[in-house]
Ligand binder design. Sequence first.
Ligand code: GDP
Length: 359
Amino acid sequence: MSEERQRRLRQPIVAVLGHVDHGKTTLLDKIRGTTVAAKEPGQITQHVGASLVPSNVIEKVTEPLKKLIPTVKLELPGLLFIDTPGHEIFTNLRKRGGAVADLAILVVDIMEGFQPQTYEAVEILKQRKVPFIVAANKVDRIPGWRPNPDQPILISMRKQDPSVIEFMDNQIYKIMGELAKMGFDSDRFDRIKNYTRQIAIVPISAKTGEGVPELLALLAGLAQRFMKGKLKYVEGPAKGVVMEVKEEPGYGSTIDTIIYDGIIKQGDTIVVGGIEEPIVTKVRALLIPEPLQEIRATKRFRAVDEVSAAAGVKIVAPGLDKAVAGAPIYVVEREEDLEKIKEQVKKEVEEVLIETDAE
Ligand code: GDP
């Protein structure tokens, strides 16, 4: 933990969005698989509702890119991917998005192009001003595509027939056209001149892994170049968002949270958004998943004394059964701040509930 504190930047929180069946889950599985495969003992912390891709894994995966494109030296400790794709995170992002996601991947099926939820996702990202990258997914379904598993897409593209690349580019032009209608200038990532003004489109296959190196490199690069202010590591009281409210055998009511700022410790007083009113309670336990190799039949979680952002953690505390998914959670450091924080939480929950009613 102390080593983590010395680092200058925290992990950016990455959300994966897109139309149903366009490949969000498959992409997250691929990224998670990559992490597990490249894992070195002692370097991975498990998270609740999120997957951390540490910088050494990003380095390894993006290594083959060094010969192809200029890559930036990694200063980030890693990328934290929110694991719940689909509707759940979608509504959470809609509700608390600005607070949760620092960056997003918009997954678009390259064969199908923009669909209703794609437009919806772009609209949210635009409103919340969340920088994003487009993953033009399922390139392996382009007729005639020769798969090159886990390779950079730049290498795989060289191995395709010109007509296949022409087909791919046509599909990408259509995506560019839709983005343009929504006010975004975009291009295939290797043709981009200005990353601050243009959205990068990376052709990938979540199934074969082609293009995933570029996707990770671009995310890390974007974060490092344009978000350093936001990602400065802060030692203050934690802020987070409730992803899920869960009854957990042996623990009672718990909440799965993403902590995006500061530190939360066992025994801390917290304010959590509740159905009727803000819940003021004390953290009884902070739980993270037991590392895979150490799972024993009876234990799924391990208690830790403290957790620092960015992290996914399960919080055990009395009264959490009335917490609202999408609601904020704040650690109260000074007693005199309590009323002010309660007011703030109340206001934010009202916004969440109004937006939920509107759906
Ligand atoms: P989600 O609803 O966005 O999470 O989509 P899923 O990840 O569940 O994917 C929907 C379907 O598309 C599944 O049958 C996946 O196996 C398939 N799929 C996802 N990515 C790819 C890909 O890159 N190539 C191919 N051929 N199929 C894919």
